[in-house]
Design a protein around this ligand. Structure first.
Ligand code: PHB
Length: 338
């Protein structure tokens, strides 16, 4: 995959060089603590992230700039920020991880951020997507995404295609609120009107929310749910007959993520989403990535989470290959915000 890093990512990466080169002996293995949900409702993210790391290591070797890379995988179950925080502390203190990485959901990245700050340990966010995450610690660099970037294009698309009224249905936490805010801002600036509701993150029952959306008689329902949740919401959309009532389903690509798309069957037909990645992208580079990923993982198709992780590994490898810079570089990054 091709990686293009933002200015903030580059600054933090420069700081990472300083930290990594000022720490443990260059002869010792470099341990990356990878914290992701391998079990629980968001296990699909952990599976994708783990598979992408393994693919990156298989393709690029496990020695970089003379240091052996050791990945220490930890399952945080996806639903307990205090578990993520404890795992981050243990990885740094007991296992001597020099980088912590992964973070499948925003609250988990938030929980680990103060640990990274306290321990002055680089933290590579490879999966979570709330806009403010990189501001939570000067030691964070993100290779995943931020919800506004994938939401604004579908809001513009809806306005351009004659939609006047959209009902937003988002999961009630950071990325959902980012998606809702961006959709509302862009769509209303184009003359549209927006109603909406938020669904709980844990154990959501989509049925009453989809019914409420239908009763509002919008041109479309805009949906954001975190990856792994798409099938459940799609099923309700189909069962309650919104498409038959002339209501379109639009959203971010999180709703139809490539990993679970096939399991949705025909209920996904007609859905229109905008996103930064699709396994179907026809570039030679992407085709090679998808083929290698599927081959290494019994046919599992990569989704956007795998890409954030593969790119995260590429970032780490590139940083390790750079010559060391003065340790003061870390101070040029922004201070953490509350
Ligand atoms: C997040 O919690 O930041 C998150 C998780 C899954 C997504 C998007 C955002 O698909």
């Amino acid at each position: 995959m091709k990686i293009g890093f933002s200015l903030h990512a580059t600054l933090v990466a420069v700081a990472m060089v300083a930290l990594l080169s000022s720490g443990a002996s260059a002869q010792q293995p470099l341990k990356i603590g990878l914290i992701v949900p391998m079990t629980g409702p968001f296990a699909s993210t952990g599976k994708q992230v783990d598979a992408a790391v393994n693919l990156y290591l298989a393709e690029h070797g496990d020695v970089v700039a003379g240091r052996k890379i050791e990945v220490l995988l930890r399952d945080d179950t996806g639903i307990a920020p205090e578990t993520t925080k404890r795992l981050a502390q243990e990885l740094i203190t007991n296992d001597h991880a020099e980088i912590i990485a992964g973070f499948g959901l925003t609250p988990l990245a938030f929980a680990a951020a103060p640990v990274a700050t306290e321990a002055k340990t680089p933290m590579v966010v490879m999966a979570a997507g709330t806009l403010v995450i990189p501001q939570k610690s000067p030691y964070i660099v993100r290779t995943s995404f931020a919800l506004p970037q994938q939401t604004a294009p579908i809001a513009l698309w809806a306005a351009k295609h004659g939609m006047k009224k959209v009902y937003t249905l988002v999961t009630e936490y950071g990325p959902g609120i980012d998606a809702e805010t961006t959709f509302k801002t862009v769509f209303t600036a184009s003359g549209g009107t927006v109603d909406g509701a938020r669904v709980p993150l844990h154990n959501p029952d989509y049925a009453p929310f989809i019914q409420r959306a239908k009763d509002d008689k919008p041109d479309a329902v805009f949906i954001f749910v975190p990856s792994g949740e798409g099938s459940a919401v799609m099923k309700q959309f189909a069962e309650r007959g919104l498409a038959k009532a002339g209501i379109k389903l639009i959203g971010t690509g999180d709703v139809v993520d490539d990993d679970i798309l096939d399991s949705m069957g025909d209920s996904a037909l007609g859905t229109i989403t905008s996103h930064f990645y699709s396994a179907a992208h026809p570039s030679a580079e992407n085709k090679a990535f998808v083929a290698a990923f599927e081959k290494a993982n019994g046919g599992m198709r990569p989704n956007f989470m795998a890409v954030g992780d593969y790119d995260g590994m590429a970032l780490i490898y590139q940083v390790l290959r750079r010559p060391a810079v003065r340790p003061t570089a870390i101070n040029s990054s922004r201070p953490p915000r509350a």
